[in-house]
Design a protein. Sequence first.
Length: 652
Amino acid sequence: MFAQNDDGHDSDSTLSFRPVIITSKLTFREVIPSQTLSGEQLERLSTHSVADALRYFSGLQLKDYGGVGGIKTVNIRSMGTNHLGIYYDGIELSNAQNGQIDLGQFSLDNVDEVTLYNGQKSAIFQTASDFGNAGSVYIRTRLPRFFDNERQHLKINLKGGSSDMVRLSGVYEQKLSEHLSASVSGGILTASGKYKFRYRRVNIDGTTAWDTTAVRQNGDIHAERLEANLYGTLNQGYWQLKGYAYNSQRGIPGAIVNNVWRRGERQGDFNTFAQGQWQRSFSERFSTRVMAKYAYYRTHYINRDSTQLPVDNHYYQQEVYLTTSNVYEIMHNWSASMSYDLRWNKLNASTYGFAYPTRWSNLVSVATAVDYAHVKLQASLLASIIKDHTQRNGSHPTLTRWTPAFFANIYPLRGRMLSLRAFVKRSFRMPTFNDLYYTDMGNATLRPETATQYDVGMVLSKTWAHGFLQHVGLQTDAYYNDVKDKIIAYPKGQQFRWTMLNLGRVHIKGIDVEAEADLRLAPQLTLTGRAQYTYQDARDVTDPTTPYYRDQIPYIPWHSGSAILGLNYKGWTLNYSFIYAGERYNEQENIIYNHMEPWYTNDLSMMYEFNYRQMKWKVTMEINNLLSQDYDVIVNYPMPKRNYALSIQMEF
């Protein structure tokens, strides 16, 4: 039995190794709906990684440094990457060194669903760390599915495209018994990373400073990914074991500045982790879950740029994570939970004078949820106790933070077609090891960066069993975030040395809107549409004496949005997607020198599915950046112009 869906939605039935269906009478109530892309929606998008899919969620900003192998990180509601938790099959991915998760390393080939929660995943049966983030992204991988007398599945996908990209991936699933199933997935990616781009810069007087067409260099990548899973069901419970490994060697093309087109930086990554979870209901009222994880990350950074000092550094991260979550249903419509997380992080490096930091994190959460008639309420309190130790300075003072949250959802109409929601939450993020201890730059006295969030919104959703209009949905939120003690890099002293300081305070006002509809145009012809829009006003209100006081913070556009249209006829699918980011600034001062023009992309794909020789085939053709627009997501990191891909998938 799964007491709760992996996506967190209320359910009395969840997963099975079909045709066995396992159910639970105990449900765990979610207060705030989420944004979700799953199943066929993910397959129809011209996306390679989880980061690409997140571009279609409102309230998120993606930092993309270009190309197939370019690093991709994501920012939620202008609060920064470190305020967003990334969860892979229920357990958080973390990076104590710099706090950023490169989502480009997680392929969509083995992903069933990607879900975004603002505030937090508002079902109380979760780990303590789930209560600590300003927002969360949950990645749910494919689970084995078997029908009738099936015992095994194999899916192979071969994809080739521009920039000499070749991607081979596969998933093998085996039913070992009625209560035990296994899967193995893996992939190989290789690409030269070369693509044409136009480098054009205009002076303040309107004259052209540079206007050149060139080929992006040093953006090559070779990566291998392997993941193995073992799934089991128990009497009123389930368990899962996962092993993951990712190895890559890539060039870092760097910024195009001073007419320099090629850089000598390279990076090698070896990331691996093993995790497991066990969950069981001991009665109709009480359920418990235990999860554990060990992770080891190795990063090798090389800089052989002749204009700079040579660098050849190794970094080694280790993490041990243990958690237990417990939920008890006090009454039919009232439940409570308690969770405890223990996390240990350690960072070693080959650099001279390194601090060799270690961090112990203890998190305890209590939460309660009420679902009565037309009202859902949830309240939680998280206690975080964090202790650092370095070889350089010994033990640091223990830090303790209390962060509460309150969520409410009201259903004024029968059938819960319309919901009105609101939440207020306090959260914080610890300084990373780089912030605190990086040689000649870190600041061991940094305070945590705190955020207070206020949100009000509504959801309208209606589904019809028959007729032209099958489904329509609309959700919108207005929010205000107050970020204090924002950690920034600040120039200090001679020789261009920088240090990390708590100098920042940011006020963020925003609106998110998402709409979707499904239409049946004919018996075998359907049209699906999804659109989202985000408005964000994120102002630096740190110091009235600075020239950038009340200016928009870097890389946050006032207006952004996306749209997806899919037309399905028998085995054919035509999909169009559009992404837009409005004007923004790449530095703190909102002056013409730092201004960045809006950009947009149009992507088109066509997919045909058919059966041949007892196999299910799928052929997909893609044209990305259809109009070949020149644009930068990050200044001086040009993105690819029009590019193509063709993939063939076999499943049997």
